[in-house]
Ligand binder design. Structure first.
Ligand code: ZN
Length: 142
């Protein structure tokens, strides 16, 4: 993904995020995730059924990087099994932390492959993934 495309992907997902919305429904697991070094404060609602992520919605205030990352994450993870989702998340963290990763599965999330150059933005990009891992943990313990 070249630099222009990365900017475009991030801008599109920030200005017109997917899966934005507030949910009041017991079938959804609610988690909040926030970043003290930025304005990011994101509510996530995750619906899981038989080990599949059926739906994710998010709301709250967040910077461009965090909003775009959350939008992309929701699109990528809905429809995946917990195992597939964890593989995606692990690869995303590996990319952010400059470890070896599988670029074939990350799709639009590859827009963040140079975010390590701005250390304080890494937390913005990974914030929704921290939230979804909390939600998966809650699901496991239910
Ligand atoms: Zn941020």
């Amino acid at each position: 993904m070249d630099a222009d495309l990365k900017r475009e992907v991030i801008y599109d997902n920030y200005s017109n995020p997917s899966n934005r919305g507030h949910i009041e429904n017991e079938e959804y697991i609610y988690v909040n995730t926030n970043n003290s070094s930025c304005i990011d404060n994101i509510d996530l609602w995750v619906k899981l059924k038989s080990g599949i992520i059926e739906d994710i919605k998010f709301d709250g205030e967040a910077c461009a990087i965090s909003t775009a990352s959350t939008s992309i994450m929701t699109k990528e993870l809905v429809g995946k099994s917990i195992e597939e989702a964890k593989k995606f998340i692990e690869n995303f963290y590996n990319m952010i932390e400059e470890r070896e990763y599988d670029s074939n599965i990350l799709n639009e999330a590859l827009a963040f492959d140079e975010i390590y150059k701005q250390a304080n933005r890494k937390t913005c990009a990974t914030l929704p993934y921290k939230g979804i891992l909390d939600a998966l943990e809650k699901y496991k313990n239910e």
